[in-house]
Structure formats: C-alpha cells, structure tokens
Design a protein around this ligand. Structure first.
Ligand SMILES: Nc1ncnc2c1ncn2[C@@H]1O[C@H](COP(=O)(O)OP(=O)(O)OP(=O)(O)O)[C@@H](O)[C@H]1O
Length: 669
C-alpha cells in the first residue's frame, strides 16, 4: 500500500510538472513572438511554440505514465545503471537540471520496456506496469527481469487491456505493445516493410504507432514530406481517427486511396470487366502511349519575328530538340518547357551571332512566341483530356493499346456514347486511377516521407502505382492480410504487390497472434482458410475468453433482434453484419423494436450498428451478429474472403445466425 501511495505521490508531481509545462509553453508563445530576431525566425519560433502549447492543451488527459523501469547495477545497464525511468505517452520535464519526470515511449531508453525479458533483461532489475481505471491509479505489477521473472502476456494488466470490452473509437496500445509489434513500430525510416497479419494481430495499431514513432525519431526529415496513412474506407478512418492525436501527433494525413486520387466528381459506374481492365498494370503503358502519341516530330522550320530581324530554326534542329527531350523522359509538362527553352537557345545563338544583345525579357518574349509551335509538337494537355481522348475514340484506343490490350478488352473500356467534349464526360471510380496515372506522367505528384498503406492486399496494380509515385523518395509500411482480399484484383502473394508499390526489396514479416478475436471464434474463421487460395498461417488467438454461438433460426430478423437485445445487457459495441442487400431488412427490424442504430463507423451515441459486409473491413465490435453467412459468401466473387472478414470482427462474442445452410467449410461448426 505504501508503495502504491508513493506512486500516487509521484503521479501528483507529474501532474504539477505537466501544468508547469503548459504554463511555460503559453508564456513562451508570447515571449517567443517578442524576442526572436527577424520576422522569419519569429514566425517560425512562434509557430513551433504555438503548436507545442496547443498540443499540450489538447492532449487528452490520460494517465501520464504506464510503466517504470528500474535499471540494475550490471554492466548491461550501461549508462542507465541504477537509474529509474517512468514511461508515458509524452515526455514530462523535471525541474531545471533534473532528469525528466516521464520519458516518451518512443525514446531510445523506452525500447527496453517493450523488448526486455527474462532471457534478455537488458540491464533491467524491475519492470513495473501500472493499472489504471479511468484516470485513477489502481495498482501495479512487477517483473524482476534480472531474477528471471517474466510475465509477458500472462501479465494481468496486459491481458485486461487486450480483453477489455470495446466501446467508442480505437485506442492506442502504447502501454501493451508486444515485442514483435515493437520491432515493426521502431523499424528505421529508410526501411520499407510489409506486414502480413492475420485478423486482429494489430497491423493497424502497429501502422499508427509506427507513424507516431517515425515522427518522433525523424521529425526534421519528415517535416517537409510528412506521413500519409491510407485506409480502406471512411468508416475505418473514423474508427482510427483518435489514435494519433492521443499520441500527440495530430498532423498525419489519413485518407482513403479514392480520396487521395479524387480529382472531381465521380458519377459513372463500370462493368466488372471494364474495371478489371482499367485497374490492370498494362493500362499504364496504354496511357503513356496515348499521352506521348500527342507529341509530333517537327517537319517545318519555325520563324520568329524580332523587331527588324526574323529568326528561323530548321526543322531538323527542332526535331533533334524534341528527340533529345523524349529520350531524357522528364515528366511531360517539364518536357514541354524543356523543348521551349532549347528552341529559345537556338534562337539566341543566331541572335548573338548577329550581334543582338539578349536579356531575360528577350528570352521571355521569344519563349512566348514559340507557344504555337509547342502547341503543335508538344501540346499542353490535362489528364481528363487524355483519358477522354482515349476512351472516347476507338481508333485512338486501338493505336495506344495495340499489342497491349486485346480487342475484347479495348471494346470493354471504350465509351459507347462518347461525350461531346472531355469536360462533359462522366467519370467512374476506376477512371480515377487512369486520370491519376496521366497526371503522374504530366507532373510528379507531391511525395511523402513515409506512406502507411493499410489493407494493401486490396489495392489494384494501378492503385499501387499511384502510391508508388507518392513514395518514390520515401519509404512505406504495407499492412494487409492476403486472406482478407476481397477486390477482384486482390493480391495472392506479397512480392508482386511490393514490386508494384515500387519497393521490391521490402522485408515481409508475418504476424499470427490475434489480440482481437477470441480462440473459439478464431477456430471457426480458420476453417475457411483452406478455401481462400492463399498461403497464410492460421491465426492463433491470444484470448481464451469470449463466446461463439452458431444457430439455425426460422426467422433471421427476429433472431437478430433477440441476439442484439441480449448483447445490450453487456457492455460494449454491437454490430449486425449482413450481406449489403439485406442491411435494410435488419435495420428496419431493429428500428421497429425501438433499438437505435448508429451509422457504420460512428463511434459515439448509439451502441448498435447494422454493417454491410462490404464495409466491415478493419472495424471491430465487442459483440457481432453475422446474419446469413451463405448470403455474404454468395454476394460476390470473393464472398468467402468477405465472410472471413465478417467472422473476425468480434472482440468478445460472436453470434452466427443462419436460415440457409452454412457454406460447406463452416457446415459442421
Ligand atoms: N499489443 C496490444 N495490446 C493491446 N491491444 C492490442 C495489441 N495489439 C492489438 N491490439 C488490439 O487488437 C485489436 C486489433 O488490432 P488491429 O485492428 O490493429 O488489428 P489488424 O491486424 O489491423 O486487424 P484486421 O486485419 O482484422 O483489420 C485492436 O482493438 C487493438 O487495439
């Protein structure tokens, strides 16, 4: 008890220190604005201090620390011999000249908190984990690592955190990151990695913590490019949106691939066949040809009047300029300007030979005078114009796709009724990858220092290229599960996917211990693995708690209402997951019984959601009711993969309700 009281006293000191930091940061904002030498540095300093103050102020007031390390006297302790450190979500400064009250979980010394064990104590005599209920310190648990004591996942505090009922949005896992997860979180900035992880192994959690870690360890290098997180859909983004802010990192861009590539309204739709062709890597070559097919080798000389002079450049010289530029293969828009400046240089040579004095204004005037020549040989174009010019003109398509796409494939993507101009074209979701490809040929897109791609198994080859363009000079973290691939183009192995993402050398790491789904539920989902045609290991569940119930029922909506009513007696979020076409029926049944329903991904308010199977990816609920597995499996080509996703969303309890026979692999469940 006295030890716990000592810790509570330390906690009180931390809270005082944190308040002092906040007051100090506010004061510095004022002082910093007054003292900085010039306006530029004043502004930079002011901005930095303001964001620090804002960060401190906005910091959700979670517990200031979750762990403590007491280093021993052994040589392994190195510089930390006999030192004691508290580990928390953020650094808390001590008194002037004193060591910090709390060390950031991302600091180098904190690594031992996650990695040390009895087999390798790393100089730590005692590792202490603290238990919290809301913001009250309730207890602690010690592991005397140097004496061979190591609880690992048998720790009550770790188990309680993993098994807690889920309510509200996803939370950070800083207090309980497992060693194999920590390896991934702290991998170097230069290194691109790929994590193949079974459902609930913490891929998303690892990716988000990796973003926070990289921003801490390489803040300066990432300042310009930044970090981008790509998730599968908006509901998922809503679910994960508070993790990084809770870790003090509010500036990470989090979006979906569709949002990232969006350039204007998407109102059209594609047939499955057309979408498959548009998402195929071969389209990149077709589009390249379509764009560069607009370049004409000059056949006429160019004459440019200049006061009393008239300059003339021979067709042959202009051809050389165009050929050289094509060979150098800069982005198309850069190429156009390169041709312009080289043609101006040819004019300049003549002008100077005639004793004309040339200056910057002259160069600009000559450059402008060459615009109509450029429009003829290297026309300025917009992505929409190029793609519409391809899909709306069968002959142009045949030229660009010759030897690349079959006649059938060309027929499938060609517009039946081409619009009058590209401005009135109606674009489909798949067209956005084509538009982005062309935009990428025209100009380099904004690049990121690091890109984290979640559910990467679902990307198409063309989407991968879009990501690769944005991470060409940075690194990536690829997260996914081949067994959860549901798109027609989902990856069946990671090597190809990594090559498409421009990082063929990335290390592939497999995670198989699931922290979400209880063992009984995992056992059911694992039965499907054999039918999914991918080579991934079965999930092992960390959790022995939880409940699975499979019931054949005469009336599905009624049974779903009953299951939800029962679930409402427990704490936690509840989802009915059904084939998309059946969602309305279940929502109406619940509504008629007076049960309020939340939007998919909505994390506050109503506890019950009715989730279309196609939206369930990446989400989790405490209690899940999967309604009519056969309908989910039968709704699409990779329906069994979809069912595998649906069956692996439950944290505590899963009800499988069926009226039709279960799919064969589940039949004897
Ligand atoms: N080390 C950990 N400590 C506590 N909770 C954890 C840990 N690792 C993962 N979890 C929890 O397990 C759940 C699953 O994690 P996450 O969503 O990151 O898994 P995933 O591999 O992305 O799953 P899926 O492929 O099914 O989307 C989350 O609630 C997460 O907070």
């Amino acid at each position: 008890m006295t030890v716990l009281n000592d810790e509570k006293a330390y906690l009180a000191r931390c809270e005082t220190a944190l308040r002092r930091m906040l007051d100090g940061a506010r004061h510095n904002v004022v002082v910093g604005e007054q003292v900085a030498g010039d306006r530029y540095s004043a502004e930079r300093l002011g901005r930095h201090l303001k964001s620090l103050a804002k960060q401190l102020e906005e910091e959700p007031d979670g517990p200031p620390f979750f762990g403590r390390l007491d280093f021993g006297d052994s040589a392994a302790a190195g510089d930390h011999r006999a030192q004691r450190y508290y580990i928390g979500r953020r650094h808390i400064s001590g008194d002037t000249g004193q060591q910090p009250m709390v060390i950031d979980w991302r600091a180098p010394v904190s690594k031992a908190f996650y990695q040390a064990g009895a087999h390798d104590p790393q100089g730590i005599a005692v590792r202490r984990r603290f238990g919290w209920a809301a913001n009250t310190l309730t207890g602690f648990e010690d592991e005397r690592l140097e004496s061979g004591e190591n609880l690992g996942t048998a720790s009550r505090i770790v188990a309680a955190e993993i098994e807690r009922p889920r309510v509200g949005p996803m939370r950070d896992i800083v207090a309980t990151i497992q060693p194999e997860q920590d390896d991934l979180v702290r991998a170097g900035l230069q290194e691109s990695i790929c994590v193949q992880g079974a459902p609930g192994t913490g891929k998303t959690a690892v990716g988000l913590h990796r973003a926070a870690y990289l921003l801490y360890a390489h803040r300066q290098r990432l300042e310009r490019g930044g970090v981008l997180v790509l998730g599968p859909n908006r509901a998922f983004l809503g679910y994960i949106s508070s993790v990084l802010p809770a870790l003090g990192e509010g500036d990470v861009e989090q979006t979906t691939i569709d949002q990232l590539l969006a350039r204007g309204p998407v109102r059209g739709a594609d047939s499955d066949d057309a979408a498959a062709v548009k998402h195929d890597a071969r389209m990149a070559e077709v589009l390249r040809r379509a764009l560069y097919g607009r370049v004409r080798r000059p056949t006429e000389p160019v004459t440019v009047p200049d006061h009393s002079f008239r300059w003339r450049v021979a067709a042959e010289d202009l051809r050389r300029v165009v050929d050289d530029t094509l060979r150098e293969a800069p982005p198309y828009a850069v190429g156009r300007e390169r041709v312009r400046s080289r043609a101006v240089a040819l004019l300049q040579r003549q002008a100077e030979a005639r004793g004309r004095i040339v200056n910057a204004a002259w160069t600009r005037t000559m450059g402008r005078a060459l615009t109509s020549f450029l429009d003829a040989v290297w026309p300025a174009v917009r992505p929409h114009e190029v793609v519409a010019g391809l899909l709306g003109d069968a002959e142009a398509l045949a030229r660009a796709a010759d030897g690349v796409l079959t006649a059938r494939e060309q027929g499938v993507i060609a517009w039946v009724r081409p619009p009058r101009t590209f401005k009135s074209a109606v674009w489909s979701p798949a067209d956005t990858v084509l538009l982005d490809e062309v935009a990428g040929l025209l100009e380099r897109p904004r690049g990121y220092g690091h890109v984290i791609v979640d559910e990467a198994q679902d990307l198409s080859a063309m989407q991968c290229r879009a990501v690769a363009r944005r991470s060409e000079y940075g690194s990536i973290t690829v997260l996914g599960d081949l067994a959860q691939g549901t798109t027609p183009w989902a990856a069946r192995d990671w090597r190809d996917r990594l090559t498409q993402l421009g990082k063929p050398e990335a290390r592939v790491i497999t995670l198989a211990t699931g922290f979400r789904v209880p063992a009984a539920v995992v056992a059911l989902a694992n039965r499907l693995l054999g039918a999914l045609e991918v080579d991934v290991p079965a999930t092992r569940s960390f959790r022995t708690d939880g409940r699975l119930r499979v019931q054949e029922v005469p009336d599905l909506p009624r049974a779903a209402v009953a299951a939800v009513r029962e679930a409402l007696c427990h704490e936690g979020s509840i989802a009915v997951i059904a084939a998309d076409a059946a969602v309305e029926t279940f929502a109406a049944a619940l509504w008629n019984e007076g049960i309020t329903i939340a939007e998919a991904g909505e994390t506050s308010g109503a506890r019950v959601s009715v989730v279309p199977a196609t939206m369930a990816k990446g989400l989790e609920y405490d209690h899940v009711v999967v309604a009519e597995p056969a309908d989910i499996a039968g709704a699409e080509e990779r329906g069994l993969n979809r069912l595998y996703v649906a069956l692996t969303r439950a944290v505590s309890r899963l009800d499988v309700l069926h009226h039709r026979p279960l799919p064969p692999h589940l039949a004897d469940a």
